[in-house]
Design a protein around this ligand. Sequence first.
Ligand SMILES: Nc1ncnc2c1ncn2[C@@H]1O[C@H](COP(=O)(O)OP(=O)(O)OP(=O)(O)O)[C@@H](O)[C@H]1O
Ligand SMILES: [Mg+2]
Length: 253
Amino acid sequence: MPSGVPVPPVDIEAEGLTKQFGDTPIFSGVSFRLERGGAVALVGANGVGKSTLLRCIMGVIPLTEGRVALLGQDTGGLSAMAQRRLRARVGFVAQKHNLVPRLSVLSNVIHGLLGQRGGVRHWSQAMAPAASRQAALEALEAVGLAHLAQRRADRLSGGQSQRVAIARAIVAQPEVLFADEPCASLDPAAGEDVMDLFMRLARERTVTVVFTSHNIDHALRYGDRVLGLAGGALRLDATAGSLAPADLRGLYD
Ligand SMILES: Nc1ncnc2c1ncn2[C@@H]1O[C@H](COP(=O)(O)OP(=O)(O)OP(=O)(O)O)[C@@H](O)[C@H]1O
Ligand SMILES: [Mg+2]
C-alpha cells in the first residue's frame, strides 16, 4: 500500500464463528472483516441463521466457537461495564420496530440514549434532560418526522414507525449499525424509502453497517459487499458490483 493512503480501521472482525442451539448446528466457520464505513448485506433463505449471526456479532447471544472483534475490542470476556460501553457505540434496527406503543414518538427516540446516558430520566420525554430531547428532535428531523414528535407511537403507519426506529438507532451516534430486515414489514415503495433513508444516514455519518435482507435488489444496491449463508456456512462473500441477481438466487435453491 503506498504511503500516505489512510487505511480505514476494521470495525467488525469475525473469525471462525460457529453457533449451535443445543445439539442443532446453525452455522460454522463464518469469517469476514468489515472496514469503517462499509456496508455488508447478509442474505440467505429463511431459517438459515442470519438473525442468529447478527445477534452473535452484537454479543446478544453467545457463540459456540469463534471470535468477534467489534470496534477493535474482542467481545469475549468483556466485563459487564466494558460490554455496556461497547453496546452504547452500536445501533440496531429490527424488522418490527418494537416501539413502546403508548409513549410519544419523542420518548421512543430518547430511549435510544439509554445505553449511553442511562438512568430513569431517559424513560420518557418529560423527565429527559434538555440535551437529550434536543438530540432526539434532531434525529427525528433527520428521518423527516420532527412534526410527529408528540404523536403516540401506536398511531403511526408502518413506514413512519420504521423511520422512528431508525431515529432511535442513530440518536446516540453509533459507529456501527446492525439492521435485521429493516423494511421487511413494509410495502415495496415504503420499504424502498426506508432503506434509502437508512443507508443515506449511515453513509453521511460514515457508520459501518451490516443488514440482512430477503430483497436481492436491496442487497446488491445498498451493500458494498454481499455475504450469503447457505447450508450452515458462508457460501458467498463478494463485492456487490461483481454479482448479478442470479448469483444470489443460487443461495435459495
Ligand atoms: N433461541 C433459539 N433457540 C433454538 N433455536 C433457535 C433460536 N433462535 C433461532 N433458532 C433456530 O435457528 C435457526 C436460524 O434462525 P434465524 O432466526 O437466525 O434464521 P434467519 O436466517 O434469520 O431466518 P429468517 O430469514 O426467517 O429471518 C432456525 O432454525 C431457528 O429455528
Ligand atoms: Mg431473521
